[in-house]
Design a protein around this ligand. Structure first.
Ligand SMILES: [Zn+2]
Length: 161
């Protein structure tokens, strides 16, 4: 992790660190204090309730432009580990949620070209040793997409019967 919090921010940083629990599987710093109704961590900071992920990012990496949001690489809104955070726009945030299937399920997303049947087929073929590249070509999607499907990052709700 690059940089250190500015010395004057250290007590805020220590206060924030005291409210997290490390998830050893993911490296996520799971917030253990209060939360907003939307699931994001709430941190009392300089007289205001603020999003803890944003404060963690600001203390560790520097200020976040007002029109931007702090997004999670790990897709866990409870996480405040600065190395799991990046800056993006609200639109990018929504886009990422759709890609990861948090806000929508496969077939409801109009950018999703695959049917549930195809997704199951992809997983089956992958298990049989078909490469992501070959599957990507076969189903005309990117191999990144195939990787997400195979690893269950997308289409999480779909399980074989
Ligand atoms: Zn995380």
């Amino acid at each position: 992790m690059g940089g250190r919090p500015h010395p004057t921010d250290r007590s805020d940083w220590d206060r924030l660190r005291a409210k997290v629990a490390l998830d050893v599987m993911t490296g996520c710093w799971i917030w253990t204090a209060s939360f907003y109704p939307d699931g994001y961590a709430n941190f009392w900071f300089r007289g205001h309730g603020r999003r803890a992920s944003r404060i963690a990012y600001e203390l560790w990496k520097g200020s976040v432009p007002k029109d931007k949001e702090v997004l999670h690489n790990c897709d866990n809104p409870k996480c405040v580990n600065p190395s799991h955070l990046h800056i993006g726009t609200r639109a990018e945030n929504q886009h990422e949620m759709v890609i990861r299937g948090r806000s929508n399920r496969g077939v409801d997303v109009n950018t999703n070209k695959l049917s549930e049947k195809e997704v199951l087929q992809i997983r089956k073929l992958s298990k049989c040793g078909e490469s992501n590249g070959a599957l990507a070509k076969k189903f005309s999607v990117t191999s990144t997409n195939i990787g997400f499907i195979v690893r269950g990052v997308t289409w999480k709700h779909l399980t074989e019967v």
